[in-house]
Every structure is written in C-alpha cells, then in structure tokens.
Design a protein around this ligand. Structure first.
Ligand SMILES: Cc1cc2nc3c(=O)[nH]c(=O)nc-3n(C[C@H](O)[C@H](O)[C@H](O)COP(=O)(O)O)c2cc1C
Length: 158
C-alpha cells in the first residue's frame, strides 16, 4: 500500500512534520516537496496526504494549485490533510477550512493540526517584522504537536 506525503514549507516546519509523520505511519511512503518535485504521479498511490503551512491566513499557493488541479483524483484516494500554523482552536479550524475544499475535507480520513514554529534565522526582514507585530514574538520558538501527528497517523491507519 503506497502512500504519498505531499507538502510545502517556507521555514522548514512542515517538512519536519512530514518526516515525523512518515516515521509514525510505518508504511511504504514517498515524501514530495512540491517546490522541488514537479512530477508527482497520483496513480502510483492509494493513500495521499497533503500538508502545508499557513502564512497571512493562507496555505502555500503551490499546494492550493496542486489541489485545484487534482481535486477529482484526490477525492478518490484515501486522503489525509494537515496544516502547520501558530493559531489554535477555532482560528486554526477556519484556516484549515479555507485551505482545503469541502469535497476533500469531507472525504479525508484525518484532519491534522500539527502546530507550528517561528524560525527567525530563516525569515526575511518583513516576515520578522510581521511576526513581531502580530504575534509579539522576537525569537525562534516551536510548538509542534507530536501528539497530534501521532493521532493523525492512527486515524490514517484505521
Ligand atoms: C510572515 C508569517 C506569517 C504567518 N501567518 C500566520 C497566520 O496567518 N496564521 C497562523 O496560524 N500562523 C501564521 N504563521 C505561522 C506559521 O504558520 C508557522 O510559522 C509555520 O510553522 C510555518 O511553517 P513552514 O516553516 O513549514 O512554512 C505565520 C508565520 C510567518 C513567518
């Protein structure tokens, strides 16, 4: 049973989560960074997991375009969807709803909220300024939820 994890990342958090998830899933997995791997053949996979991070309320554009282009084949897969973001609760739910179309959300075996991280070493000047202003944080910090990654993996395996 082949599984693809397809992700986009800006500062590396979603990449880290994708690799942690792959370890938890313990199955035959291929991991694709959508920025680097242009040729992803969905026909090769029975299960597809898609994840991206949220910036200014939106999921990565390449993930959005990939989903829009492949909505029909994706709706026939065993599907998992996750986001990395710093908001929690209803705000995170809202960002998730905004990131993925209803048809795929309804079809997904698992919805993941893996938390997020601020990596000041990888942010540009403007990103640092935004984070300082909006989140009032001026140093790197991480709140990736291993617990949520594990329960996502369990739901995918059911
Ligand atoms: C410029 C900027 C804007 C962000 N905007 C949001 C946001 O609107 N909502 C949110 O929940 N998190 C926001 N975040 C937090 C990111 O989602 C978080 O840092 C995430 O872990 C980034 O993942 P990545 O490194 O895989 O891109 C923002 C972070 C930055 C640097």
């Amino acid at each position: 049973m082949n599984t693809a994890i397809i992700y986009a990342t800006r500062e590396g958090c979603t990449e880290k989560c994708a690799h942690t998830l792959a370890i938890e899933l313990e199955t035959n997995i291929e991991i694709f960074n959508i920025e680097l791997d242009k040729n992803i053949n969905l026909l090769d996979f029975e299960t597809v997991i898609i994840g991206g991070s949220i910036h200014m309320g939106l999921i990565n554009k390449k993930i959005k375009n990939f989903i829009d282009k492949n909505i029909e084949p994706l709706s026939e897969k065993k599907l998992g969807l996750f986001i990395c973001c710093m908001y929690e609760g209803e705000k995170a739910q809202e960002q998730f709803r905004n990131a993925f179309p209803e048809k795929l959300r309804d079809n997904a075996l698992a919805h993941g909220f893996f938390g997020g991280a601020f990596d000041f070493d990888k942010m540009n000047f403007f990103e640092k300024a935004i984070v300082k202003k909006v989140a009032n944080i001026d140093h790197s910090s991480s709140k990736i939820s291993l617990e949520n990654i594990k329960s996502f993996a369990e739901n995918m395996s059911k």
